[in-house]
Design a protein around this ligand. Sequence first.
Ligand SMILES: [Zn+2]
Length: 398
Amino acid sequence: MDHTGSLADSWQPAGHADNWQPAGHADLSRFESKDVELAKSLPKVELHLHLDGSLSPEFIGRRALARNITLPVPPENLREFMMKKKLEKLHKDDNKADKGGNWPVFDFCNQFLQTKEELFEGTKDILQRLGKENVVYAEIRFCPHLHTLEGLSVNEVIESVIDGAKSQTAVKTGIILAALRSKDSEHGIEIAQLCKKYQGPDGVVGMDVAGDEGTYPLKSEDSHMFAGVMEAKKLGVPVTLHAGEWPEKFGSLGNLKWAIDNKIRRIGHGIAIRSDTSLVSKLKENGITIEVCLTSNIGNGFKVANYSVHPAKILQEEGAKFSLSSDNLLLSGDLKEAPSPTAEVLHLAKDVGVGWEAVRKSIIDGLEAAFNTNIDEMFITYVKNKIDDLYQEYDIID
Ligand SMILES: [Zn+2]
């Protein structure tokens, strides 16, 4: 990406601007305005963000118009509509994914990410919104095969997303290609090889395995995604896995254990750690960072009952490394709670209740776990200083 623009140039004023709304339109009204201002002003990191689940309703509205598609509701009501659809699916079948497929709400969004222009503009739009919340580094992930429905090749898909990320300078970026765990071994291997083909600080920085981990686990050599992950390791592609995300009754603890034992560099969610806290020491020993997605996890109470019992508290108390992410700016959370970089910071400090020092550590942990090799010591020191200045300005001592 373009690393020439100075952060100071793109820095946004604190959160009291009248027209400011957090990405995903999270309702922050119950927090003190001073805390919201600080949370917004902090330099933030998003390591776990899905392209298709993070489009803005405005973007979808524009694309629907261009495609002559009538939306089921006006763009301003899209999030509410999607949250209701998610809840219906959860009640119907515990949110299981079909073989080879994806969840319906993601499929809905993906119909607007099928041309080079849509992929370019969609990526750019997300990053610009993140920039407005002072996100300084973001990794955007997607499965290229979901964007070939109208004839694009996977290469064209990947190149369009890379170009979209490069077209803005507000947020330093890395692209992650995700393999869908509902697909077969060949798919996983192909994703690993595509990561290698486009690997670089201005391109793809890592591989992910995403999807329904209950129905399609990764906990042994027989698992579909085993070969792909091994291929990525062999090729020197950094890997993050969605693991330990689903309730334990779906076998998520086995997936989490496998990821920890196999020294996967980062793990998405990892909430199943609450059921076997002895894993924390191995997590630390293996230098693994957890991508914590608070609002995503408490959505409809399916994975975690509420913020105050989120296992991020265990990670913090035990000194394990973790970073905060929104997961899906449009599709994560529920009718009550929407994610955003600013909201996640507030939830950690105030709702999980571990305070501002934990927020500081999570931001630095996130930068240190960045897959983009351009995130160097100099940049991390710059961010540390920025946080220290803000904490001084806001009299934070905890
Ligand atoms: Zn995710």
